[in-house]
Design a protein around this ligand. Structure first.
Ligand code: G6P
Length: 229
């Protein structure tokens, strides 16, 4: 009988928090905005924003600050935050890739896996350019090519389509609980990156790619799927 590892032919990586730690720059920019509006929020609260679209993030922050804004004001402030964010990521370098991720992706590529990147961020290509990863992926889906925000699986469906795979042939690597939900809704296998407490729905969770090998991870993931079935 064909096991999960024989079924998997494509890997789809989320960007922020999986390939590059850009979440801290989103935090700095959103926090600067909150401070200008007269309040503050913590890094723990910022965890709730992981994977949320720009506008959904702003709305959540305004809720925390108990601030009302018209739609026009929201557009203005989300632009202000984005300009700060874009300036902050302009200095990213190849050394800012998260530990082990490039080595892991290279092993997967050598083993014949197709590799796509899917991100809700409109600045994903800038991040990939600065870290010299723009030509690495077989397909890139970013916030400019999608219309629906996660937990809708649109960005992952488009990524699978772009590498010619059915969702059941792909594993998604995701650090956001909402992104995990999106992957499951699309019929994908999902490996969570981070703390298992925050990612209870993922099929399998690893803290990061440091010390992970392609074959070792696929074997452990495959075993865990058998024991859950
Ligand atoms: C990713 C990040 C979110 C960010 C969203 C939109 O999903 O995890 O924190 O809000 O992209 O990014 P953008 O750069 O277009 O504002």
């Amino acid at each position: 009988m064909e096991g999960i590892s024989e079924q998997i032919k494509g890997f789809i990586f989320n960007l922020d928090g999986v390939v590059v730690d850009t979440a801290r720059y989103h935090y700095i920019a959103w926090r600067r905005l909150a401070n200008q509006l007269g309040f503050d929020f913590s890094a723990v609260q910022h965890e709730e924003l992981r994977g949320l679209s720009r506008m959904a993030s702003l709305e959540k922050i305004l809720e925390w600050g108990d601030i009302y804004m018209t739609e026009a004001e929201k557009l203005h402030w989300s632009d202000v935050k984005n300009n700060w964010y874009v300036a902050l990521i302009s200095n990213l370098k190849p050394g800012d890739l998260l530990p082990g991720v490039l080595h892991f992706m290279r092993q997967a590529r050598e083993a014949g896996m197709k590799i796509a990147l899917a991100s809700a961020s409109k600045s994903a290509r800038q991040v990939l350019r600065s870290t010299r990863m723009e030509t690495f992926f077989d397909a890139i889906i970013d916030g400019n090519s999608t219309r629906k925000a996660i937990p809708d699986p649109e960005c992952y469906m488009l990524a699978a389509q772009a590498i010619g795979m059915h969702p059941s042939e792909c594993v998604i690597f995701e650090d956001a609980a909402l992104g995990v939900q999106a992957g499951l809704a699309g019929g994908f296998h999902v490996i969570g990156i981070g703390n298992p407490e925050y990612l209870p729905l993922a099929h399998f969770v690893i803290p990061g790619f440091e010390d992970q090998t392609y074959s070792g991870l696929l074997a452990r993931f495959s075993e865990s799927m058998v024991s859950h079935s």
